[in-house]
Ligand binder design. Structure first.
Ligand code: SAH
Length: 212
């Protein structure tokens, strides 16, 4: 799946200039053909640093945000497995799959979950398990997780996600109201509680309840 085109290189250069330092993250972005995750009519915008529509009122995240969240997730050290909530078209999933041993990803919209599965199959990525469900409950079957990443914003952090972290585990999640200020947060589980760090101002689609 490794490809190298000038637009990828430009994107990676821009991310580096914006402060992304983790070389493995930058390499994963460089190696991932983002144009395959969006509709053909949008391919020529795929390497600009913008979110793009993926249907169903959802978006593929801006590459900077994908890189930033992944870098924060890995800031505690390498991770054996990661739970992702909000698979979308699977772009963030594909980046994670190159950096950790196993990815478990949950999406509430069935068609998107299926599309993501096709997208990752097409790239030959095999270390991802997909689930069509409401991710606010996490994915208890494979818990606990040393890393959890959420790519849609709840108004408060779901308890179940906190409970499914290992001791020392790291949760990266945008938190805030749908049209209000949202903050990218990092939560580390300690033996007796949780340490929360507020990082950047962000704008995500809401974490919705139920499935469709
Ligand atoms: N990770 C994607 C971004 C997807 S946008 C990327 O790589 O670009 C956020 C996704 O979260 C949408 O697909 C949306 O349907 C999904 N989502 C929202 N609420 C959810 C929930 N409760 N459980 C699982 N997925 C949810």
């Amino acid at each position: 799946m490794i490809t190298s085109h000038p637009p990828h290189e430009r994107l990676v250069k821009n991310l580096y200039a914006q402060g992304i330092q983790n070389k493995a993250v930058l390499e994963a972005i460089r190696a991932t053909p983002r144009h395959l995750f969006v509709d053909k009519s949008l391919s020529r915008h795929a390497y600009a640093d913008h979110p793009l529509p993926i249907g169903y009122g959802q978006t593929i995240s801006q590459p900077y945000i994908v890189a930033r969240m992944t870098e924060v997730l890995l800031s505690q050290g390498p991770l054996s497995k990661v739970l992702e909530i909000g698979t979308g078209c699977g772009y963030q999933t594909a980046i994670l799959a190159q950096l950790v041993n196993q990815v478990y990803t949950v999406e509430r919209i069935k068609d998107l979950s299926l599309q993501a599965r096709d997208n990752l199959n097409a790239l030959g990525i095999t270390n991802v398990q997909f689930c069509h469900a409401d991710g606010q409950w996490g994915w208890v079957d494979y818990a606990p997780y040393p890393g959890i990443i959420v790519t849609a914003a709840p108004s408060t952090i779901p308890e179940n996600l906190l409970e499914q972290l290992t001791i020392g585990g790291c949760l990266v999640i945008p938190v805030g109201p749908t049209y209000g200020p949202q903050v990218l947060s990092k939560v580390i589980r300690t033996r007796s509680s949780y340490e929360q760090y507020q990082l950047d101002h962000v704008s995500f689609v809401p974490l919705c309840k139920g499935t469709s």
